[in-house]
Ligand binder design. Structure first.
Ligand code: COA
Length: 505
């Protein structure tokens, strides 16, 4: 069994305990670890690190692909191991430590981290810890359910620790496509010309001498936390499907549409599942996280191919999909996040990008990360990579949050992740605002008419009237622009005198 997984001669001698492997990691080091949206993270070595931190001072900088599963971000934050963390997280405990100022969190576009490492604008990476299904005869590392930043971490690090996860199916071998952009000057174009393009190797090529330790594990990935569709997310999906139909009828999109990117979370997953009940067919995805919706669409015969950087599924779907991986394999590829999210490729393929906003404003600026303008939620993830470079940039959100105490459409966003220049379409359960070609005053009218919850419409119309009376290309009552957020902080509701329906959501 182990010989099938560690096939490179001589490397079996490096199999050791997680504690022994973790002892290579010293206080102050920078670690590059596998893991992308709860998929394919190294599982044993970080646990051993957290344990060690209980008895000795140990602070590290931790870089990953994106968020970790198995409560690892929580465990590491609780053990106070994390001095610095990048480029993404989604754990409530770590979120709290970040918002207390205890962990320095660098919220990075997911396509950029390894580019900055490669050019020494960041780093160096001392040790890479990578989960793998196998090490090939030549010492190549075969990742598991995510690629994320693993390839560049392993290539750039001084030493590599490999966690061979015996519970991950060997059928994963062959799924990955590892391509590293050539160095500048005279960098070559990235030759992805379709979601199904394979341009690299099925393993991470490294010098096997760099593999300092191999740890055997059996722990599963954590399941995703997305919730099933509800009435609001179904309404959002249906507005979007209707709009796509409109675009097809006007000859702006083919019936197969164009490759989709769909962001993380409950809303985006539900929106994609909604495409099952549409006439569109032979769809493709060029995305980063492949969620339940990807496999729902495969099973419904709607989706031809999906390219991503990780597979993150609910418990039920995990149990169904992993054993059937050989059936899906010819329609799937997992790439480094640098390639799945690369601006050059996103623009070339003409991706339709669907991401979720926490809030957006009357001019179309989007906040995806900061609650109340100050508290980090998860991070920008890949939404910026896609929103700026996509064929069509769509943001979805429910029109109200927290039982109606919060309007997700506000006069001015309290933090900007995506500027009005990057946002084409906004959708709430109320309707869809098509902002393409509109000037700010027109954008505001369209958003008010289509996206704002009825319980906030009068207040928003009043704000807009008074702003317009003052004039300006992008009218604002500037001293009032963030008053909804300030009022929420003071009174628990965004409105002065909420109507009962708003309080009840
Ligand atoms: N103000 C404060 N809180 C808000 C809010 C607002 N305007 N809008 C939503 N929320 C809260 C919800 O109430 C919910 O809180 P809970 O966890 O206490 O229930 C939480 O935010 C998540 O919202 P939900 O409606 O369940 O949406 P989601 O699971 O789809 O997540 C984001 C939404 C924005 C947090 C998530 O998509 C994200 O982190 N996006 C940024 C990264 C990204 O887009 N990556 C894309 C490429 S992978």
């Amino acid at each position: 069994m182990v010989a099938e997984r560690v096939r490179c001669r001589g490397l079996q001698d490096r199999i050791c305990s997680a504690d022994a492997a973790a002892s290579l990691i010293k206080d102050g080091m920078t670690l590059g670890m596998s893991g992308f949206t709860r998929a394919g993270e190294a599982k044993a070595v970080p646990m051993a690190l957290a344990e060690r931190a209980r008895t000795e001072p140990l602070k590290i900088t931790l870089m990953t692909g994106a968020s970790l599963g198995n409560d690892l971000d929580k465990t590491l934050a609780e053990a106070h191991v994390l001095a610095r963390r990048m480029p993404f997280q989604a754990d409530p405990y770590l979120r709290n430590a970040i918002n207390q100022g205890e962990v320095m969190f660098v919220d990075h576009h997911l396509s950029e981290t390894v580019e900055h490492l490669r050019t020494r604008q960041l780093g160096p990476v001392d040790i890479a810890v990578i989960e793998a299904v196998a090490i090939t005869e030549q010492g190549g590392i075969v990742p598991t359910t995510s690629v994320g930043n693993s390839a560049s971490f392993a290539i750039l690090a001084d030493k590599v620790i490999v966690e061979i996860n015996l519970s991950q199916p060997q059928a994963l071998e062959g799924l990955h496509d590892i391509y590293i952009p050539t160095r500048r000057p005279a960098r070559e174009p990235i030759p992805v010309v379709a979601p199904e393009s394979r341009i690299g190797l099925p393993y991470i090529p490294i010098d096997p001498d760099k593999i300092a330790a191999i740890v055997l594990t059996e722990k599963h990935d954590s399941s995703s936390t997305v919730l099933p569709p509800d009435a609001d997310t179904r309404a959002i999906a249906s507005h979007l499907a209707e709009f796509m139909g409109h675009e097809v009828r006007h000859g702006r999109l083919p019936e197969t549409l164009q490759p989709f990117q769909v962001g993380i979370g409950t809303i985006a997953n539900a929106v994609m599942t909604g495409f099952i009940d549409t006439p569109f067919h032979n769809l493709t995805m060029y995305s980063e996280v492949l969620q339940d919706s990807t496999f729902d669409l495969f099973d419904a015969g709607k989706l031809d191919f999906a390219s991503g950087s990780s597979i993150t599924l609910s418990e039920a779907r995990y149990q169904e999909v992993l054993p059937k991986l050989p059936d899906y394999k010819s329609r799937l590829v997992l790439r480094p996040q640098e390639i799945s999210n690369h601006p050059e490729v996103i623009r070339r393929l003409g991706i339709i990008c669907v991401n979720t906003a926490l809030e957006f404003d009357i001019y179309g600026n989007v906040n995806s990360t900061h609650v109340g303008g100050t508290k980090m939620m998860n991070g920008i993830g890949g939404s910026g990579d896609f929103a700026r470079n996509g064929f069509m940039s769509i943001f979805v959100t429910k029109s109200i949050a927290k039982g109606g105490n919060i309007s997700s459409v506000v006069p001015m966003v309290s933090h900007v992740d995506h500027t009005e220049h990057d946002v084409d379409i906004l959708v709430t359960e109320q309707g869809l605002a098509d902002l393409r070609g509109l000037a700010p005053r027109e954008r505001a009218e369209t958003i008010l008419a289509n996206c704002v919850h009825p319980s906030y419409r009068d207040a928003m119309a009043d704000y807009m009237d008074r702003a317009k009376a003052r004039g300006g290309h992008t009218p604002h009552v500037i001293e009032e622009a963030l008053s909804w957020h300030a009022r929420l902080r003071e009174t628990g509701h965004m409105l002065d005198d909420p109507a009962p329906s708003a309080a009840n959501g």
